[in-house]
Write a protein that binds this ligand. Sequence first.
Ligand SMILES: [Zn+2]
Length: 396
Amino acid sequence: MVLSYYTGMKKLSHLLVSLLVMQFLTAQHTGIFLKGRTAGPLPFLEYGLGEDRLGGAKMTFLDTNIFVKVNDSINNKYKIELSKNHFAFLPKENFRADSSLQLYPYYLTSNWKIYGDEKYDYVTIALTEKLPYRSIQEINPSRIVVDIFGATSNSNWIIQLSTAKEVKNTWYEQIEDDVFRVFIELNHPQHWGYSIYYENNKLVIRVKQQPEDLSLSKLKIAVDAGHGGDNTGESGHNSGIEEKNYTLKIAKELQQALIAERANVFMTREKDTTLSMVERITMLREEAPDFLVSIHLNSSDIEADKGASTYYRYIGFRPLSQFILKRLEELKLEEYGNVGGFNFGLSGPTDYPNCLVEVAFLSNKSDERKILDPGFRKVVAVKIVAGIKDWLQSLK
Ligand SMILES: [Zn+2]
């Protein structure tokens, strides 16, 4: 069929328009103006630029030296292109530019190996570059799901050794052309945590096995007294007491109560020490506790807000916080609630189960009176230990 001049021109202009659109889309897509790697202590990605007191919701902590492509710059954050359809924000201080880095159209995954030692199982995946990732915890069945951005599968076998004790099954799915999803099914309903890092270009997901002996005397428990030093926290609305001093008093009661159970206790601070969130997390990573309990005191602009609350970030860590809250309610403390998805620094690490306890409100008269009572603080510690024991019992 011969096209008329008009139809021909129309086709041509359509073609031009679509070429322009394509060019625009490509320009947008390859709008990378900086290439580099993650740097500094504890780099992390955020979903967005949230501005409440807890900041943007955290997507993940990242290892250092991970290849990132910067797509935009907004205040103190870089917008990172994770894949064609996924973006995140990285603090500028966690970025080191490297213009010599080559951009490739795709990066391949290679072979996997799964094995275990005394304490951990390892899922290792060879890659052609240190690519960014994120992870989520799932329950019923308990699984760890890891997305590797920019990766395309060339994984043609997965070696699984019987030394792995916690990892039941592993598989993958190429969920988008440049997003490679790793599934790790666990043997126990309880998540005991995992760390993700690189060894050269091999991604390692180190999964903590459920301890064989769940007696308190066989476990290492980290206790964190919130705030400290320059960071005073909230203050008692009537008494003017500082949160940092009372979190420490309660943390020390908890330390004593745990030692009485012959547990191995690690305290992030035992004095009025100033500790940044990065220092606390780094310290805790080195200590590798079986789980963490962090002590805080709540405060609100609403005088009527009162009672106990416990917090977690990841669903797999929730049960510990539920058992502790249930026991605290025996102290005639109102239930302020069990709070999930909590975007707080110490709730962010995936390495070990953790629970933040906001014992009661400094801004409520009757709660404040309780906090001032040494007998109350002692019994709070006893109830937290009872909650921990209930939780451990439920896992046997
Ligand atoms: Zn606090």
